[in-house]
Design a protein around this ligand. Structure first.
Ligand code: PMP
Length: 429
């Protein structure tokens, strides 16, 4: 413990403290294997929050492929090499036919930033309509369209004038609930129409295809269909941020947009696609990609490097060979059944959101008022860590347990988690 604390002091001296870490007393993690993390004091933790490492930690196929490619060649994507072509083809093949052109970058922020630039360049317009309570990145442009107060308490103040926001389509809490949630779509359509009528038609509508920051809640049925139609009527583009949602996590679908029955014009991907190796992408139509030319050439030194492309290709191979999307569906269903059973006995559980292995457990002080329980959620996460589970609060109210484990977790892992949560909720925290 002394060496862990000494290292924390050194971190505070050498590393920007404005970047917070998980937990008041963070364990010093030194190794990961499959679905577990191991600290320097010999403890293991089930990793329930990692939305990056979808294959699990230390995957031997990924490690071997990265090492081999590193020895062979790693350089930038202005050179002509096989890996960038192979990976781009593999990625494009996962999307509907017209989305056949790939840009490779290093992160989700870069992907969304580039998507916005493509929308601006193609439409000659500036205004963007985005959904409130979302997070899309930390660059100037992506921060401007991120209004999650969990990430930035001042997020709703001083938006640039080109940013227009619509209500987060939360069917559990907010203005429209349950069967009335379709009205969020009507309101968003009205906002989009109003902008067009005022002579400022949107360059693009930007959203996730599943409501990520709420802790993993499906969008109301038909939401994106209605909104995309309105945006296109006004001559704008539809950007879908799949950075958190895509890549099989939802179980039933590889991409979130499939669940909404729409096809976006521009899709952004990152996190899972490199399983922790920095990698992001924008996938769009050839015509929209071509529209970038008015901005000059596109180039990113490490985006689309041979090592990144090989990492991305192996992630797709392992997803397929280990049937991880199917596992996300099966284990996710089991986990939600267990959590709903806990909700019958523990009134603090207001709702169990999500699908596949994108699950949110919303904690409330009162089920009739839905008063959020952020202090309780934080304390429960701390207590779960003591019991060997790593998880974190999410949502703008910080009252949702965010459950996004590697996609290979087992039924036994899900039971270990549910048993630990049952114990914490029974014994107190
Ligand atoms: N979009 C979404 C939906 C995200 O969740 C995130 C990261 N949390 C980003 C974009 C930004 O990705 P990155 O951290 O890789 O820059």
């Amino acid at each position: 413990a002394a060496s862990r604390e000494a290292l924390l002091d050194r971190r505070d001296n050498a590393f920007a403290t404005v970047q917070e870490h998980y937990f008041r007393e963070p364990p010093q993690i030194e190794r990961g294997w499959q679905n577990h993390l191991f600290d320097t004091e010999g403890r293991s933790y089930l990793d329930m929050v990692n939305n990056v490492s979808i294959l699990g930690h230390g995957h031997p196929r990924l490690a071997a492929a990265i090492e081999e490619q590193w020895r062979l060649l790693n350089t930038n994507s202005r050179f002509h090499y096989r890996a960038v072509v192979q990976f781009s083809e593999r990625l494009a093949a996962l999307l509907p036919g017209q989305l056949d052109t790939v840009f490779l970058v290093n992160s989700g922020t870069e992907a969304v930033d580039l998507a916005l630039r493509l929308a601006w360049a193609n439409t000659g317009r500036r205004d963007i309509v985005a959904v409130r309570e979302a997070y899309h990145g930390w660059s100037d442009a992506t921060d401007a369209v991120s209004t999650s107060v969990a990430d930035n308490p001042n997020a709703l103040d001083s938006r640039p004038s080109w940013v227009h926001t619509v209500a987060a389509p939360n069917a559990y809490r907010g203005q429209y609930r349950g069967p009335d949630a379709y009205r969020y779509g009507e309101d968003a359509v009205a906002s989009i129409n109003k902008l067009a009528e005022a002579g400022h038609p949107a360059a693009a509508f930007l959203s996730e295809s599943f409501y990520g920051n709420a802790g993993g809640m499906a969008l109301p049925d038909g939401y994106l269909r209605a909104v995309y139609a309105a945006v296109r009527r006004a001559g704008g583009l539809c950007i879908d941020d799949e950075v958190q949602v895509g890549y099989g996590r939802l179980g039933n679908h590889f991409w979130g947009f499939e669940q909404q029955g729409v096809v976006p014009d521009i899709v952004t991907v990152a996190k899972a696609m490199g399983n922790g190796h920095p990698l992001g992408a924008v996938i769009t139509t050839a015509a929209i990609a071509e529209g970038y030319r008015s901005q000059g050439y596109f180039f990113s030194s490490a985006g689309g490097s041979p090592v990144s492309c090989v990492a991305g290709t192996v992630v797709l191979d392992v997803l397929r060979d280990e049937q991880l999307q199917e596992n996300a569906r099966l284990v996710g269903d089991h986990l939600r059944t267990r959590l709903l059973e806990l909700a019958n006995r523990h009134p603090i559980i207001g709702a169990v959101h999500g699908m596949g292995l994108y699950v949110g457990v919303e904690l409330v002080r009162d089920r009739s008022t839905l008063e959020p329980a952020p202090a309780e959620t934080a304390a429960i996460c701390e207590r779960m860590r003591e019991l060997g589970v790593i998880m974190q609060p999410t949502s703008d109210r910080l009252c949702v347990l965010k459950i996004k484990p590697p996609l290979g977790i087992t039924i036994a892992d899900a039971d270990f988690f549910a048993d630990a949560l049952d114990r914490v909720l029974t014994e107190g925290w």
